[in-house]
Design a protein around this ligand. Sequence first.
Ligand code: ADP
Ligand code: MG
Length: 560
Amino acid sequence: MTKKEFKAESKRLLDMMINSIYSNREIFLRELISNASDAIDKIYYKALTDESLTFAQDSYYIKIVPNKDDRTLTIIDTGIGMTKEELENNLGTIAKSGSLAFKKENEVKDGYDIIGQFGVGFYAAFMVADVVTVTTKALGSNEAYKWQSSGADGYTIEPCEKDAVGTEITLKLKENTEDDNYDEYVEQHRLQSIIKKYSDFIRYPIKMETTESKLVEGTDDEYEEVIEEKTVNSMVPIWRKNKQELTDEEYEQFYKEKHYGFDTPLKSIHLSVDGTIRYQSILYIPETMPFDYYTKEFEKGLELYSNGVLIMHKCADLLPDHFSFVKGMVDSEDLSLNISREMLQQDRQLKLIAKNISKKIKNELQSLLKKDREKYEKFYEAFGRQLKYGVYSDFGANKEALQDLLMFFSSKEKKRITLHEYVSRMPEDQKYIYYASGDSIDRIEKMPQTEMVLDKGYEILYFTEDIDEFAIKMLMTYSEKEFKSVSSGDLGIEDKEEDNSNDADPQEHKELLDSMKEILAGKVKDIRLSKRLKSHPVCIATDGDITIEMEKTLNAMPNN
Ligand code: ADP
Ligand code: MG
């Protein structure tokens, strides 16, 4: 038996592969399971066109066998197997994907399920193994072959015994060193959790023998170790199921399983899009704010799957900042992945999905506002601030998307209302949307500046958060009505009272005004007689756009 050498480029590539492509060692299992699933898919596709073949779902599975004594891990599949030539071509040539070729030859229409395409995943096995042994028997062949390699120095192929069609891959785990321990890859629980994490939605059962302590029948305190073969993966992902067949509980269950949050989500959104780019998505509006939401530690993002295989835990590009509270996942078969399958080659598809998702979230929030006010208010209590930041930070670019989701406390209703509600009941002679800023509702209600506006019977929006006024400044108008602070010099309602007969004459009070100016010199710009006060003796007014509240916030900012 002669040893064949990898080509020189292959050697370098393998080295690079093993040491630098993947950020995470545990994904070797994802790669091997994906290959096994591809191999079964190939029989499935063949059976579609070849009448002599039948595809009995039950007889196809993947099995994971850890052996602690030998420190080996074996991955068995009942897939299509490989001929001697295929072993040479697909495992002897790095970056050659038999799966990609298969997809082309068989015109697998959208390549919906076959995952492989780069021809490098297999070698991820060398991140954890010294020696990799593959025994395989191809569909329709009577011969079986064994391929073996201990890494960059090449591989051997020889005939061997194997009854069933399919492939068995055995990894001899690397020796532990001071820095690296590989024992976890023969630990039942660890393996189960890796499979759950990356390969939960592989279409075929991934079986594993598990040992569990169970109550002995007929007793109530005697336990016995029961060894049984279990299917570890869930197979059909919830997002590929029909919306109509799913209950709220099932969506909540998925939210918990995926650790999106500890709360019960306010709303779930299930999308199945079949447009220029196909994707499925389940999104959640959480009920409560994560404890780190307004800290630097908080990372926004959705889980990203490609064909049911997890690619990225938090894909930030899928969510705009103003919807950063949304949790959930996206699965698409149309992503062009890069070689590590941990990143995308180009973000055009991602941008399309993101735009689409953003629109859906907005629509869902709007319908929640319409149909379930109480729930919406709960949502707004937790995340309203983020929406206002959204309006502010993009210089009004998100105005259309966000303005109808905003709510502010109303002087009339004594609760939060929307801008639409405000404008729709404005009296005809009212020109502006009035607002008053202050630390709290209580304090705003005591502001002398509100008197005149309220007296006119106009409604005032109370701004109690720093961000409110900044956001409004970016909106500029709502429904063509400008926003106006009750503290601004010109309220737009003084005209009529201009010719009020009991007008005080500034000349008459000149002395008083002058001495007040003197006392408050440097603190105020001017002192004027005002007609807008009813029960308060004085109030402070501002000239220009920046109100006192905004000034306070600006002054409190760190770079000021
Ligand atoms: P990819 O999966 O991207 O094609 P891999 O390096 O993971 O690349 O695998 C290379 C090729 O080896 C596959 O395309 C496939 O043709 C073949 N192969 C790997 N594992 C198996 C398996 N379990 N059964 C059959 N063929 C396999
Ligand atoms: Mg692969």
